[in-house]
Write a protein that binds this ligand. Structure first.
Ligand code: SF4
Length: 378
């Protein structure tokens, strides 16, 4: 059977040096001035006018600014509301809520038996492995530590974490996270995956990474060979907008899928970036088209420096309700909210049940608002 060509289904992205992901990380854009040198057409543009440049400089002192040239190349200079620019450009408003909000609303640090290893749910642990990312996203949940060199776990903490996982048989799943765990060298990842695969009670290894979005060249043949060797691996990536879906990103996903990696997506509902039915429909359709299953749509957590991205709790449920019946089921993620104080994640769903029927059965409405009675059994 011939596989359908992926080419030309997605928009062309900026070109990069194939395979040279380390060079691209070394060559990150790390200041607004550098960004404007790279994309001179943004100079004087309303999106980066002098007032916003000053704000951006101040905010980037609180949470680092850096982006790959690939991701910066996706900025639409003609659109002051460009969803790519809004995700990377520091804004003064980030400094407004620093006192009223919480740097760690999910209490990850309080549930850390070993530095870097969060054990909140009995059956899984989240392992913070790197403070580096290809792009520092302004909405980041871990602004308190990502991009800060002093938050990088020490080498001996890795050993301790592995021992902890091996000695707690209730742990079934390990989530490699960060920062971006794919900023680690291939050899380190291979070593970690080998050690985890030797722990018999683990049933799942999940990797959380934004590299397919921000640096698709990181998904090299060597890396996918490592994933294939440690099959089965689940990779959860993080596309937030259809503008991030390019030929390069689709190629990265394709390489992963061909190596037997299950590729899921989690996104964050972000005010003025992707909080409309149309933006979500384009994103979700694009994900499925390139072989990614939409997994979670998160309500933006009340993290310090992020509240300007937050939407009303009901917004996500309303968007998904509008999409039900219009998008294939496979293109509908689960809308979830993290409870404050480390209470954990809960789904927020539209309830289609309309109550019991006196003569037996239950009443439901469907996606179009029509009502139906379903007979029940004892
Ligand atoms: S890639 Fe993930 S961890 Fe890194 S800054 Fe973005 S959201 Fe935060």
């Amino acid at each position: 059977m011939r596989l359908p060509a992926v080419k030309h289904l997605f928009k062309d992205g900026p070109s990069a040096v194939p395979g040279d992901w380390r060079g691209q990380l070394r060559n990150q854009i790390r200041s607004i001035d550098e960004l404007l040198l790279f994309r001179p057409e943004l100079v004087g543009h309303v999106a980066v006018d002098s007032a916003r440049r000053w704000e951006a400089d101040r905010a980037s002192r609180s949470f680092r600014f850096a982006t790959t040239r690939y991701y910066a190349g996706l900025i639409d200079a003609g659109n002051p509301e460009c969803p790519i620019l809004a995700q990377v450009l520091p804004q003064h408003v980030e400094l407004h809520d620093l006192k009223s909000s919480d740097p760690d609303p999910l209490r990850e640090e309080q549930h850390m038996p070993i530095p870097g290893l969060t054990h909140r749910y009995p059956d899984r642990v989240l392992w913070y492995l790197s403070h580096h990312c290809a792009v520092y996203c302004r909405f980041c949940l871990r602004k308190r530590k990502v991009s800060r060199a002093d938050s990088a776990p020490r080498r001996d903490a890795r050993e301790q974490a592995l021992n902890y996982i091996a000695s707690h048989t209730r742990i079934k799943e390990v989530i490699l996270s960060g920062g971006d765990p794919l900023s680690l060298a291939d050899e380190v990842l291979d070593e970690l995956l080998t050690a985890l695969r030797n722990i018999e009670h683990l049933i799942s290894i999940r990797i959380h990474t934004r590299m397919p979005v921000t640096l698709p060249d990181r998904i090299t043949p060597t890396l996918v060979d490592i994933f294939q060797k440690h099959y089965p691996i689940t990779l959860v990536t993080h596309f937030n907008h259809a503008a991030e879906i390019t030929e390069a990103a689709a190629g990265a996903v394709r390489r992963l899928r061909m190596a037997g990696v299950l590729v899921l997506n989690q996104s964050v509902l972000l005010r003025a970036i992707n909080d409309t039915v149309c933006a979500q429909q384009e994103l979700l359709s694009g994900l499925v088209r390139m072989g990614v299953k939409p997994y979670y749509l998160h309500r933006c957590d009340p993290v310090s420096g992020v509240s300007h991205f937050q939407t009303a709790i009901r917004a996500g449920a309303q968007i998904l309700q509008a999409l039900r019946g219009r998008n294939p089921g496979i293109a509908l993620p689960r809308y979830v909210i993290d409870l404050p104080g480390g209470g954990g994640k809960v789904p927020i769903e539209v309830d289609y049940a309309r109550g019991a029927v006196p003569e037996g059965g239950a009443r439901f409405s469907n996606w179009a608002g029509e009502e139906f009675i379903v007979e029940d059994t004892d």
